[in-house]
Design a protein around this ligand. Structure first.
Ligand SMILES: Cc1ncc(C[n+]2csc(CCOP(=O)(O)OP(=O)(O)O)c2C)c(N)n1
Ligand code: SF4
Length: 256
């Protein structure tokens, strides 16, 4: 069996442009492990759509598949059009929190309302990474960014909860610390023909971690581990106790 780096990556674009220690490589790893375990020898029946940002570079130009780098925030409408014309294809959106929950949020909401069978993977590094670390809709309260030098005063948007409230058939949230459950969730959305959403909390050591005093990327993974609460436990906790915590697990699973 060929190693998945050879099966699924375009050799000419390796190495990737990501900073060392960036979580984007870990998301690629989890996705490729999922595809390998499902037995895909190539990505010929997949289309990957992304917007603009570091996370948007995950599929395009790296994956040996049909990939399309769209305008900032517009991956979902493009994916919707592709799925309408070619329903037999597995159409997967991979983009960042700024792209999908900032400029592109209305498209995500309407996709959740429509429930056409595209799959959305939102890589949430809680910042605008590519443009230098500006606050994003998912930046936690109190965090200092280049545009909130005294700390973010706003509550972050919990996109997974919005998707679950809208009864999206499969919704999960993991972090890059949770590689095994993340891979298992990815296998589920690859295999379903229903609209589905996975949020991956991921580290941007360069424009987020460094500003918060994390000296090494693995310190951010430790922080994810120590601040994650399983959704089953979180259901019995008060809102104050959950402030600043990452609630991980399957928010909704109507595909099994
Ligand atoms: C219409 C438009 N507005 C703004 C930008 C500048 N811009 C490029 S990427 C980006 C944010 C990226 O943040 P995110 O989606 O969270 O991805 P990350 O880089 O953090 O992975 C912005 C504001 C743009 N390219 N196009
Ligand atoms: S700026 Fe952040 S998100 Fe972008 S490649 Fe570097 S570490 Fe990754």
């Amino acid at each position: 069996m060929k190693h998945y780096a050879i099966k699924y990556l375009r050799e000419e674009v390796i190495p990737t442009p990501f900073c060392s220690g960036c979580g984007n490589g870990m998301v690629i790893n989890a996705l490729f492990k999922a595809l390998t375990e499902l037995g895909y020898e190539d990505l010929r029946n997949f289309v990957f759509c992304s917007g603009i940002g570091c996370a948007a570079w995950i599929p395009s130009p790296h994956f040996k598949a049909d990939t399309i780098h769209t305008l900032h925030g517009r991956a979902i409408p493009v994916a919707t059009g592709i799925k309408m014309m070619r329903p037999e294809l597995n159409v997967i959106v991979i983009s960042g929190d700024g792209d999908l929950a900032g400029i592109g949020l209305s498209h995500l909401i309407h996709a959740a309302r429509r429930k056409l069978g595209i799959k959305v993977i939102m890589v949430n590094n809680m910042i605008y990474g590519m443009t230098g670390g500006q606050v994003s809709p998912t930046t936690p309260r109190g965090i200092k960014t280049t545009t909130t030098p005294y700390g973010n005063i706003e509550k972050p948007l919990d996109v997974a909860s919005i998707m679950a409230t809208m009864k999206v058939p499969y919704v999960a949230k993991w972090t890059t610390y949770h590689m095994m459950p993340l891979k298992n969730s990815l296998k589920k959305i690859i295999n379903t023909d229903k609209f589905s959403f996975i949020e991956v909390i991921s580290q941007c050591p360069t424009n987020y971690g460094r500003n918060l005093g994390f000296r090494k990327p693995f310190e951010m993974l430790k922080w994810f581990k120590e601040n994650s609460i399983p959704i089953s436990k979180a259901k019995n906790m008060k809102e104050e106790e959950l402030e600043g915590k990452i609630i991980v697990g399957e928010y909704l699973n109507q595909i099994e």
